[in-house]
Write a protein that binds this ligand. Sequence first.
Ligand SMILES: *[C@@H]1O[C@H](CO)[C@@H](O)[C@H](O)[C@H]1NC(C)=O
Ligand SMILES: [Cu+2]
Length: 511
Amino acid sequence: MELKSKLCLVVLLFSVLLAVSASLDYKERDPELKQCKHQCKHQRGYDEQEKQLCEQRCDDYIKQKRQEEKQRGREGGGGTSFYRYDEDQYQGQGQQQQDQNPYLFEDQDFETQIETDQGRVQILQKFTDKSDLLRGIENFRIGSLVTKPHSFVAPHHHDADCVLFVFQGRPTITMVRGEKRESHNLERGDILRVPAGTPVYIINRDDNEKLFVVKLLHPVFLPDQFETFYEGGGENPESFFKAFSPQVLQAAFKTERDELERLFGQQRQGSIMKASREQIEKMSHSTRGREGFWPFHGDEPSTPFSTSSSKSGPFNLFKKRPSQSNRHGRLFEADSNDYKQLEELDLQISFANITRGSMTAPSFNSKATKIAFVLDGEGFFEMACPHLASQGGSQHQQQRQRRSSSPSYQNVRGDLRRGTVFIVPAGHPVTAIASSNNNLQVICFEVNAKDNVRFPLAGKKNVVSLFEREAKELAFGVPVREVDRIFNKQDGEFFLEGPNNQQQGRMWSVV
Ligand SMILES: *[C@@H]1O[C@H](CO)[C@@H](O)[C@H](O)[C@H]1NC(C)=O
Ligand SMILES: [Cu+2]
């Protein structure tokens, strides 16, 4: 009797301990908490004590957030998801949890590289840090630059090729190429490649609008990592010249040490700073065409009529005719035929503007993998993925799957909002749906683009409708009439009416 109650006590204690350690573990793994603490550690000008205080505030914040979430859950709010799923309506495979979705990246997955009162640079974590499934694109990184009007991004170069897309603001980008300086006045929709190692500085010449640029980087030294080197600067940003010994610098510049120390010791404003109106005006002059070489600029013969007139200049995605356009959305695409600079990176760029309440027809890319950055609006995407279905589940299920002849597909779903990044691997059927409130605007970098074909799976020209009647009957095991009735019914193409409009409040409800 006594023994039994002791045993009970031990078991009880043990389970309490387990529960406590599980909850601690869960806490430590919270990505938002990780990001918060990371920022504390890397906050410029914080001493050890301030860093500790900062981390404490992170803990408090997360604790409070959890409590509020619990509260909301009890009130029937249904968590943080934008859309709520009505499980009764849903017939498909198990749904992949948002926080385990290896194809979706949110705020907390970005690292702040630069932050000053004039702007910031954020870079997404390495794709392979999220999941091994993304190792095919591990040698690309994506990020964003946001600055206030009339700001200046200090001269620097990266050990990475960079392709930028301007969504907002009016930057002038100056590059030193060969022995020449080139400035390009860019605007909304412009794509510009900055080759690896090119010294570059940027201003936002707009008087009112923020600058919002998305950049894709392809490192040239380490496959998945790049560095920034500041030509100018002093304390902050630190100029790389400061790494050299005074003797070497004195010899290199034929200048006395105290003069050098003064030059490389002044700047403390950080790498994004404010410029005066006059400075902005002086730097806002595009040199394209001014050098007198244009249109015979660069090593390529080009005509005044060609779209990418200057070999190193930008290409505007929105000045090209959209490749898809109807009331449900517009798609703009550029490949290396439009912009030669994309060829070397084997890249294609597209911009989808999905009208609110509309969707893209399910489709897949034959060989390109899409790195998509949401610029504005909100909605969600759904994708069929065989990799996750075979990874998850019990061992028993896995064995069953290994023996069975056909794969099983996981529904991968993720909420999209401004700043979200999602990945669509080659071959994976995917669709994106805009909320009924706002247009969903997405810029996509498609890597491995050469000879890529996009295959629509619904709407006009869908793959199945092109099969022979016998193939349709054999494939589906139903009379061809039935196959055609379904695959020929949707007469829209690419952009379609979304589920929100057709079944308002039935399948999806906005929280
Ligand atoms: C996307 O479409 C909306 C509505 O037509 C429009 O206001 C917006 O300017 C478009 N975005 C771009 C970048 O063209
Ligand atoms: Cu997959």
